[in-house]
Structure formats: structure tokens, C-alpha cells
Design a protein around this ligand. Structure first.
Ligand code: DUC
Ligand code: ZN
Ligand code: ZN
Length: 468
């Protein structure tokens, strides 16, 4: 299983910056050296356990910077615990997650963060960090933000959506941004105009439009673009950087691109569901569309070209999953007859690395860009680089041996997420995770799980490298 010294021989080492036939030496949980396979240095590594990677890619473990294990939402909880969700992450080649601790209204940030530590502590299969969802911006909470940054919770998510739950008005958003501009934190924004959306929700329901597909219609693309624009202007006024989460609408991408053309420190992520799924899925009959209800919503497939382009041009920097699974039976079904009661979220933490590799096969991305958006950029964005996100001496030995030729069919019957459906059921993918090391310990060994709950450590994060 684990060994003080391991050498991964004969693979194509792919990082965000290089592709080289090289051997990787792992010592005491870290990358000790990377050397060309035919070099005398690599040949000298003789007293080590060998993992043969001939014909495979050797890549950094994935960094999924947006997950919601056990998130309370709409009267229920996301169905993956930290134990099941991080195990599924390992199966899918993701060795670090950054999950969202939640401050409820009236609570301190500390109380919310402590609750999330209690859920995760001793249960994770891979390493994890936390962002903080700020639902109640008050004077004491602003002061707490400074303390959290010092402790390694260096990013804060605010919501322009979900009035009455997570929502912050523009004044509260501005104050949190001003604080972040002083303490080095990064504001992450759920950019949808929730006040306007709630009006459209009530109008749709009153008109008898109750099916899941109306979730997509009322959460209009222009209300994502409007909120994105507003968030950017508020960040400019505050002198703060901004990271917009789960960007799905072409018009929102245009707002980000325009801001970046002005050299503003504005960043964005999208998620596999927006790249591979569409409103066609939301319109699936017999309430099956509920499986695809998330916010921001899936968009008509015409939006996908803009997302792929933005990933290539670096107008979007990161692909995270927003993994937030709810079972169809008993959870998604809460919204039969009223789409607004369908818990929002999709499973995906296990699928991200493979789906993005398929994007390489399909010609949307280069191999190095795959590693950039799935490993290196999220690590840099959230203060984990170069410990995570790359294969370089000194980095944690979070390594995936990836078979680029293996064929697989995605299915809930074979996945490891604790959810009764797959959003990608029946999809054929080329490429598959073969072996996964987390800090030098083999947690997936050629299709067998060898990890354990509690192996994963909490990782305090530094400030974003994008702001240095
Ligand atoms: N969007 C989701 O789809 N689920 C959880 C929260 C969010 O913003
Ligand atoms: Zn969100
Ligand atoms: Zn989310």
C-alpha cells in the first residue's frame, strides 16, 4: 500500500506547464524528484517500490474547489457525507476538495466553521480545506473574517440569490468585499438576481408551470449576467478581487471577459454540468428533469461554446463540480408539483477529471489545459499551490496514474457517490483513473479502493496566488 520510497516509472508526466516522459520519486509523502525516464538520476532510484505507468499519464491529483458534503438545503441534506464524498473523489482522481462551511443567519462564522470541522474530522479519504459561506454580514462577522483568513480559511462565498436563506443585499456584499480587500481574502459570488428570480418563480407557479424545466426558465440567463455585472462593479468600488462561482450563461461569461479586458482581478469557474448537460435534460419527462435542477441552472446547449472558449482563453480559470447530490427518491421528489421545492444540486465529484479528459479527446482542451483548470489553477486560486496541483519536488505526492485509452460507461450502478442516479448515466468516456496516491499513500490501486476514512487531513490555505 504505502512505502517510504516509491517510484512511478515510464509514464507521460503531464502538469499545467509540461509534458515529459519522466519517472517520479516519492519519499515520505512528498514528491522528491522528477527526472527523465532515460536519465542516470532516474536509473539510480533502485531501492524503491515501483509503480509501472508505461503507456499512462502521470498527473497531479485533482483539486475540486467547490463541494457541498452534507449541505442542509430545502429541508434536507446533500446525500454525500465527508466520508462517502471524499472516497468518491479519490475514485475519480481528486485528492483535495475545498468544501463550504456554512454560517447560518444569527450564527458566528466560528460556530459554522466548527460545525463543518466536526462533520469532516477523521472521516475524509483525501485532503480537504474550507471556504466560508457568509449568510449574515454584521460588524462582528466582518472582524471574524480577518481571523479566519489568518487561520487558513481565505475565501468567503456570498449569495445574490436565495432571499431569506443565504442572500446578502448589495450593502452587505459591499462591506464584505471592503473587508476582503483589507485582509487578503477572496470573495466568491453566487451571481444570480434572487429577488427578481423569486418574482418569476411565484408567477410561474401561479400559472401552473410546476415542472422542473421551469426552474431553468425563471432563473433567466440575463439575471445571472446582471448579477455578475453588479458583483464586478461592487468589487471595483471596494477595491477587492472577485471569483464568480458556477458560471453557466454566455452573457455572464461576457461580463467576466469585459472585466478581465480591463485588467480587473476578476475570476470565474464553471462546472462540468454546464459543459456537458443542458435544458434538454431539465425537460426530461416523468419528473426526471429534477435530477438536473441546480443553481445557476443548466442552459440551452448554445451556451456551451462560450464556456469552452472562455476556458481556452483563460476568461474562466477553474472547473469545479459544485458537487451537491440529492437522491431522486425522497429528496428530488420533494419538488413534485412545485419545481421550487426541488433541492438544488448535482452529483459530480467523481466524474470531473474523466469528463474533462473527454474534453481533451474531443478537442476542446489541450492536455496541459486539462491539468491547469482541474488541478493547478484551483490550487493557486485558493492558496494551496505548489503543495497541491502540480508534480514538483516538495509538493505533496498526490498523484494519479491515468489510463488515457481505457473506455468506461458512467453509471449510478458503478459509481461511488452516495446518490441513486448519475447525471451522466450511460455516457461513454475515453480515459479512466487507474491508481491514486494521496500524500504518497495508495488510495486507489488499479480499480481497488485501498484508502481509509481519516487518511485525509485538513489543509489550512494561504492567500490566493492570483492576487500576489
Ligand atoms: N447551487 C446548487 O445547485 N446547490 C447548492 C447551492 C448552490 O448555490
Ligand atoms: Zn452557488
Ligand atoms: Zn455551490
Amino acid at each position: 500500500m504505502s512505502s517510504p520510497r516509491t517510484v512511478i516509472r515510464g509514464g507521460l508526466v503531464v502538469t499545467a506547464s509540461d509534458e515529459v516522459h519522466a519517472d517520479v520519486l516519492v519519499e515520505e509523502g512528498r514528491i522528491a524528484a522528477v527526472a527523465a525516464s532515460d536519465s542516470s538520476a532516474a536509473r539510480s532510484w533502485t531501492d524503491a517500490e515501483v509503480i509501472d505507468a508505461t503507456g499512462k499519464y502521470v498527473i497531479p491529483g485533482g483539486v475540486d474547489a467547490h463541494t457541498h458534503m452534507e449541505l442542509p438545503f430545502g429541508g434536507t441534506f446533500a446525500s454525500d457525507t465527508f466520508e462517502t464524498g471524499t472516497r468518491a473523489a479519490a475514485w475519480g482522481g481528486t485528492t483535495t476538495i475545498v468544501d463550504f462551511a456554512v454560517q447560518s443567519v444569527g450564527q458566528s462564522l466560528r460556530a459554522g466553521l466548527d460545525a463543518w470541522h466536526a462533520k469532516a474530522d477523521g472521516r475524509c479519504a483525501v485532503d480537504y480545506g474550507f471556504h466560508m459561506i457568509v449568510s449574515d454580514v454584521t460588524d462582528p462577522v466582518l472582524k471574524e473574517m480577518d481571523i479566519l483568513v489568518e487561520e487558513g480559511v481565505t475565501s468567503f462565498k456570498l449569495f445574490m440569490a436565495y432571499p431569506g436563506v443565504f442572500y446578502s443585499d448589495d450593502g452587505r456584499i459591499l462591506r464584505a468585499m471592503q473587508r476582503a480587500s483589507g485582509n487578503g481574502g477572496l470573495i466568491m459570488m453566487h451571481a444570480e438576481n434572487g429577488i427578481a428570480i423569486d418574482v418569476l418563480v411565484q408567477q410561474a407557479l401561479a400559472a401552473g408551470k410546476t415542472d422542473p424545466r421551469y426552474h431553468g426558465e425563471v432563473r433567466h440567463a440575463l439575471l445571472e449576467a446582471e448579477a455578475t455585472h453588479r458583483a464586478i462593479q461592487l468589487a471595483r468600488v471596494a477595491g477587492a478581487p472577485l471569483y464568480v462561482v458556477h458560471v453557466s450563461a454566455e452573457q455572464a461569461v461576457a461580463e467576466l471577459a469585459a472585466a478581465r479586458d480591463m485588467d480587473l482581478p476578476v475570476f470565474g469557474e464553471t462546472c462540468p454540468q454546464y459543459l456537458f448537460l443542458s435544458t434538454d435534460n431539465l425537460a426530461e419527462p416523468d419528473f426526471e428533469g429534477a435530477k438536473y435542477v441546480c443553481s445557476t441552472p443548466l442552459r440551452p446547449s448554445e451556451h456551451q461554446a462560450a464556456l469552452w472558449r472562455a476556458l481556452r482563453t483563460n476568461d474562466l480559470q477553474v472547473v469545479s463540480t459544485d458537487h451537491c447530490p440529492f437522491c431522486f427518491a425522497g429528496q428530488k421528489e420533494l419538488g413534485r408539483g412545485d419545481f421550487s421545492k426541488i433541492p438544488n444540486g448535482l452529483p459530480g465529484v467523481e466524474n470531473r477529471m474523466d469528463l474533462l479528459h473527454q474534453a481533451v479527446v474531443d478537442g476542446h482542451l489541450t492536455r496541459r489545459r486539462w491539468i491547469e483548470i482541474a488541478c493547478a489553477a484551483p490550487a493557486r486560486m485558493f492558496g494551496l499551490y505548489p503543495r497541491k496541483g502540480t508534480l514538483a519536488p516538495g509538493a505533496d505526492a498526490d498523484v494519479v496514474i491515468y489510463d488515457p485509452h481505457a473506455e468506461q460507461v458512467v453509471s449510478a450502478r458503478t459509481h461511488h457517490m452516495n446518490v441513486d442516479y448519475s447525471a451522466y448515466e450511460g455516457r461513454r468516456l475515453t480515459g479512466r483513473v487507474e491508481t491514486v496516491l494521496s500524500r504518497g499513500v495508495t488510495v486507489v490501486d488499479r480499480g481497488e479502493y485501498t484508502g481509509r476514512a481519516g487518511h485525509g487531513h485538513y489543509v489550512p490555505r494561504g492567500l490566493s496566488s492570483y492576487l500576489a
